[in-house]
Every structure is written in structure tokens, then in C-alpha cells.
Design a protein around this ligand. Structure first.
Ligand SMILES: [Zn+2]
Length: 495
């Protein structure tokens, strides 16, 4: 079809151009939206904002990268509207800066067969980065549009803790809701004496669990359940530990699920249950108990993130015994097939290169890989290549913030092992992103880096960082593509 955009000599990003709803849509070279509507279709423009010029063949609008225009894109280009992904093999590619989606799209294109989730952020990280749910959604929309991505996307409102969190994310079109009941998990159950466990079990909110202590004992105590290769047995200690550790969490998830379904009012949404951010691993018996109790309470979920054995620290490979992890993943994958099938969700999933082949093989495609912060690290890699002095400044600042900022993360970096910024020659700065301690230090201090202000109130780093990324979009996208292709490939190969 002939393009009016070409004949009008409009400066556009060619890969973004698409014809739909009687109009041509594209991203302008200057980052603005360009829409050329056919004469009979000019009403499309009523949904958009910008400057319209007339033409014999119909009006042309050039508009800003605004909220209203992002909403119109999702309405008229329906593949930009997030949908539930079901049990497809999937990957969430969180983006703290709002500029990473083009690179994410390139990685997903390079490794077909993995359903992507471009908009994904936890409320905690939105708070730390000063972003709102609609900003997360819109940034991902513009990123997909600019790359001409028409393969669809999920949208993960991650680590939600309250019904207000659900409402805020539902209102702007998120489709997957990750419920994090970790504040209701009682890790003391792992080591408590039997007498203490009995007392704690008695104090559980049995009415809210639509159950009684006697009823629960009858269903589990002294019984064994076979699930594929697993035999899960409940003696009194095992049952009480599962109840005490996860009973209130199950009640919370059920409450959040009921709220979500009522608020969604028929709109398709999906739910993930995540207990990964707890101190101690989820045993197979505990997974069995949680899944069976959630099912009894009528909760339906598409994925579950257990807390696996060993350590899944942010932005670095798995720390622990891989043979034990393999056993653990095999057990959780069998349980996910038995009670679902639902997907096993790997949180803190970035850089777990030794885990991917194991998880991909054992979960047989029923897996969701969730990564979050390393797109920010690839942004810093871009900075290190383009402006070594700025990178040095950010790194020195991050070292100073680390002891404070690390508290809410699972990390074990030590300042003493991370080189000093001034000791590293400019050419070696990008390699700091491969040094374990420096990498974790840079990873967990992003919120401070983005918010730190000079005495006069201006932002110390954020504006320079964004300016550099806006000026070097292809360098940033290339770093992201290379990084995430390594994450996705093991899952595509196992399919
Ligand atoms: Zn998580």
C-alpha cells in the first residue's frame, strides 16, 4: 500500500509505521506521534492531541508523547493493549527508567517463542523511582510502538501488598497481578517447638480460612500424597509448620484475589502468588499445602513463585548447591503441574545463567522468568562507554549509599571487595558491571541515584543519565538486546 507519510516527506521511524483504523500511524524522528488519517477516517483524530494540518487526502496530526496519545494508541492498535498470557512460557522485563522497552523488544524478536511482559514494576520500585502505574504502562506502550512490535504483551503489577495497589494498577490496564503476602508469612515456624506451633496454629484466622483446626487436621494429618515422583507426607510438625508459616498468607491471597475479581468486573486478568521474598525456602510440603488450600478457597492463579533453596540475589548468578536446587525445582515443577497446571515463576531472575537450563528442562515450558533491575545496569554500561566521568561519579555515590540502600534486598556484596572508582582506568569501567560486589552495589542504589539532589534542588544524576540515554538510544538498546537474549535463549531452546 502506498504511504502518505512517504509522499508527504514526514520524518518517521520506518519500523514503527502501521496502517490501521483508516489511518497511518508512526513515531516521528523527533519522538512525536504522527498520524495521517484518510479523508473518511478523520474522527480517529478526535481521540488524539497535537497539531493537525489539512490535506486533500485527509488530515495529518503531529502530537506529543502524552498520556492521552498513549491511551489512544492502545485503543486503536489493539496489540498494544496488555492481555493475560496464561500458561505460555513468558518473561517479564522490568524497566526502572522507562526507556528500556525498545531494547527488550529487540531481544524478544531475536528469541521467538517467549511471550513478553514489557510493563512490569512493583509498587516498591515505583515509589523508589518516582513513577506511577500509568507512567510504567505508557513508557512500555511508546517503546513497543517505536519498534513496531505487534506480538502482544502482558503487564505485571508486581509484588502488590494491598487492595489499593490492585486498584491503582487495574485502573490503567495491567493484566497480571502478582500478590505478595510475605508480610503475612511467619518464618519462625521453621524452627519453633511443637508446643509453640500448636498454640500458633490455634490462633490462625480459621473462620477466614473457611475451615476449622480439626477439619484441617482431618484432611492432612498422617496422610501422604503422591505427585509424580514426589511423596508428600504430613506428620504433625510438617502440617503445623505449613499452617503457621503460610496460613495467614493464604488468607491474604484469597482476600486479594476476591478483591481483584470483583474490581475487574469480568475484564480478563490473571494472578500470580509470590512468596519468594521470605527468609526461608518453601518446602515441597509447604507448596503442596499452600496450593491445595488456595484451591479449596476458590483462588485461581497462573503462576507461583516459591522461595527456592540457595540464594537468588539481585543481578548475579545463583549462589548455592546446583544439585540441591535441581531437586527443589523438580519438586516445585511437579506440584505446579499437579495443582494447575500453572507456571513456576523465577523471581530475581536476572543473571541466573546456571539456573535457566535446569528450570527450562524441569518445568517443561511452564515457567515465567521475572527480571527487574538489570535494564538499569545496562543503562549504566551505556554511560560507562559514553561518559566515563559520569559513570565514575555514579559509582562513587553508589558505594556511599550501599550500606543504607541494601537493607530491603537480598544481596551480599561487600564494599571492601568493590574497587574504588578512582582506581579503575576509563577503559575498564564497563567491566565493573561484571565484578560481583560492584554490580550489586550499583543494582540496589538505583533509587537514590535517581532521586539525589544538589543543594539547589536540581537532580544530581537523573537528568544527565536520561539525557545520555536519549542521545544514544541504539547503544542502550544494543546492550539490552545482548543481555536479554542470554536470558531468553535457554527457555526457547528447551521448548
Ligand atoms: Zn519477587
Amino acid at each position: 500500500m502506498s504511504s502518505r507519510m512517504t509522499s508527504l516527506n514526514l520524518e518517521i521511524v520506518p519500523v514503527s509505521r502501521v496502517e490501521v483504523a483508516g489511518a497511518e500511524w508512526a513515531l516521528g524522528r523527533d519522538g512525536r506521534l504522527v498520524v495521517a488519517a484518510g479523508a473518511a477516517f478523520s474522527r480517529v483524530l478526535a481521540d488524539l492531541e497535537g497539531e493537525t494540518t489539512g490535506g486533500a487526502d485527509g488530515p495529518v496530526l503531529v502530537g506529543p508523547r502524552s498520556r492521552r496519545n498513549a491511551e489512544a494508541l492502545r485503543r486503536h492498535l489493539p496489540w498494544l493493549q496488555p492481555v493475560p498470557l496464561g500458561t505460555q512460557t513468558s518473561a517479564g522485563l522490568g524497566d526502572r527508567l522507562g526507556l528500556a522497552t525498545p531494547g527488550h523488544v529487540r531481544a524478544v524478536r531475536a528469541v521467538p517463542g517467549i511471550a513478553p511482559i514489557f510493563p512490569q514494576q512493583s509498587i516498591r520500585e515505583m515509589t523508589r523511582t518516582g513513577r506511577t502505574p500509568i507512567e510504567v504502562m505508557d513508557d512500555a506502550t511508546w517503546g513497543q510502538f517505536s519498534e513496531g512490535w505487534r506480538g502482544g504483551t502482558g503487564a505485571d503489577a508486581d509484588h502488590l501488598k494491598t487492595t489499593d495497589d490492585i486498584d491503582a494498577c487495574l485502573a490503567v490496564g495491567f493484566a497480571m497481578f502478582t500478590i505478595d503476602p510475605s508480610e503475612h508469612v511467619d518464618p519462625s515456624a521453621d524452627t519453633a517447638e511443637l508446643a509453640a506451633l500448636r498454640a500458633k496454629s490455634e490462633a490462625l484466622p480459621w473462620a477466614e480460612l473457611d475451615d476449622t483446626q480439626a477439619g484441617a487436621r482431618q484432611r492432612y494429618l498422617g496422610r501422604s500424597f503422591e505427585v509424580e515422583h514426589l511423596k508428600v507426607s504430613f506428620d504433625e510438625a510438617t502440617l503445623l509448620r505449613a499452617e503457621v508459616k503460610y496460613g495467614r498468607a493464604v488468607a491474604h491471597v484469597a482476600r486479594m484475589s476476591r478483591h481483584l475479581l470483583a474490581a475487574a468486573a469480568g475484564r480478563p486478568v490473571e494472578l500470580e502468588v509470590s512468596v519468594d521474598e521470605t527468609d526461608t525456602p518453601t518446602s515441597p510440603a509447604e507448596h503442596y499445602w499452600v496450593a491445595s488450600e488456595l484451591g479449596r478457597l476458590g483462588v485461581r492463579w497462573v503462576s507461583l513463585a516459591p522461595r527456592f533453596v540457595g540464594r537468588f540475589e539481585k543481578g548475579v548468578d545463583y549462589i548455592g548447591d546446583l544439585a540441591l536446587l535441581e531437586q527443589d525445582v523438580a519438586a516445585h515443577a511437579a506440584l505446579a503441574r499437579h495443582f494447575g497446571p500453572y507456571k513456576l515463576s523465577l523471581h530475581s531472575g536476572s543473571d541466573k545463567f546456571s539456573v535457566y537450563p535446569i528450570a527450562a528442562r524441569l518445568a517443561k515450558g511452564l515457567v515465567h522468568l521475572k527480571t527487574a533491575g538489570t535494564s538499569y545496569l545496562e543503562a549504566l554500561r551505556t554511560v560507562a562507554g559514553v561518559d566515563p566521568a559520569l559513570f565514575r561519579e555514579i559509582y562513587a555515590y553508589a558505594r556511599g549509599r550501599y550500606e543504607t540502600d541494601k537493607v530491603s534486598y537480598h544481596v551480599s556484596a561487600e564494599l571492601g571487595r568493590a574497587p574504588l572508582a578512582e582506581d579503575v582506568p576509563a577503559a575498564d569501567l564497563p567491566a565493573l558491571l561484571e565484578q560481583f560486589d560492584a554490580r550489586e552495589i550499583l543494582h540496589v542504589t538505583f533509587g537514590s541515584v535517581l532521586k539525589e539532589k544538589r543543594p539547589d534542588g536540581s537532580l544530581l544524576f537523573k537528568d544527565r543519565l536520561f539525557g545520555l540515554l536519549h542521545a544514544n538510544p541504539d547503544a542502550y538498546a544494543a546492550h539490552l538486546e545482548r543481555h536479554f537474549v542470554r536470558h531468553l535463549r535457554p527457555f526457547a531452546e528447551a521448548r
